[in-house]
Design a protein around this ligand. Sequence first.
Ligand SMILES: Cc1ncc(COP(=O)(O)O)c(C=O)c1O
Length: 361
Amino acid sequence: MSNWAGVTTLEIDTPALCLDADALEHNIERMAAFFQQRPAALRPHCKTHKCPTIAWMQLRAGAIGITCAKLGEAEVMAQAGIRDILIANQIVGPKIPRLIGLAAYSDVMVAVDDIANAQDLSAAACAAGATLRVLMEVDAGMDRCGVPPGEPSLALARQLVALPGLRFEGIMGYEGHAVMIPDPAERRAATEKAMGILVGVRDLLQDAGLPVGIVSAGGTGTYDVTGAYPGVTEVQAGSYATMDARYDTVGVGFERALTVVARVISAPREDMVVIDAGLKTMTTEFGLPTLVHPEGWALQSLSEEHGKLRREGGKPLRPGDVVTLVPSHGCTAINLHDAYVVTRDDRVIGEWPIAARGCVR
Ligand SMILES: Cc1ncc(COP(=O)(O)O)c(C=O)c1O
């Protein structure tokens, strides 16, 4: 790790993944304020930032716990002293002993949507003398993981409640098909429909006498609708802390904290220059990153180590000039980096390890 504290953004060695501390803090406070006066609570998803420092900032601001996508991410967060962790995914196969181990030093909770998997978890928990918290995942319309609503949900929940070594805490259902809908009214309608399905499952279970303490859902594009929906108890929004270009276009009102700072390394033509940031620095599954500085230039393409910029009326650029881009998808771009270069007022204040990057298992 380099020691850049105090240098200006223009002096940072590149390419670098930068985080604006003011914008990050603003985003964390803004989301926390939304939940302050509501029955629902915030359980931010750490799959975007992957950084225990930021997770602790969210917890200090009022979050009740955190969400992770992977067991490896949850282990990193637990090792950083965080206890209440939801792994919003199914854990199967050789990972199960690790999960039971994690339950010995955290209050980890895991998603289940299959009885055979739940029986495996139950057997492993019983063998270790442990109790594992589980949420039944319901397909609220996204068509990814989750048991279908209605009778299949009730049937699985009845079996989960009876399994030794497991504590049935409630249900979750991520409305990922709604979070990116650009039109706010359409997004609201799709979100309300999904939450209607999820809370409908809660009602079904409760009417059958099953305890449903937790109803967990929500992302950055839908937190305001999901977080206000009667019956939802917690929201898993994640991208809001750092933001990215994709969420900028949805207009969710959070500030841009995450950027990539790069440098021109070659200026072969007046209308085209090459920067030192390519696909090893940024990802493209949601489109090219957005060039935000300097004006009058646009990112044309990325290859492994290079990015090509096209001139669109801007001042000529020379090798050594610094440019700034916003990743299109924060989650996967952040996953490429060891640390954030954290800045305030354009000066570096430190480097924060992205300790849970690359935790694909
Ligand atoms: C299960 C689950 N919950 C919550 C989120 C957070 O979504 P966002 O990044 O839109 O805040 C995700 C994102 O993929 C997710 O998969």
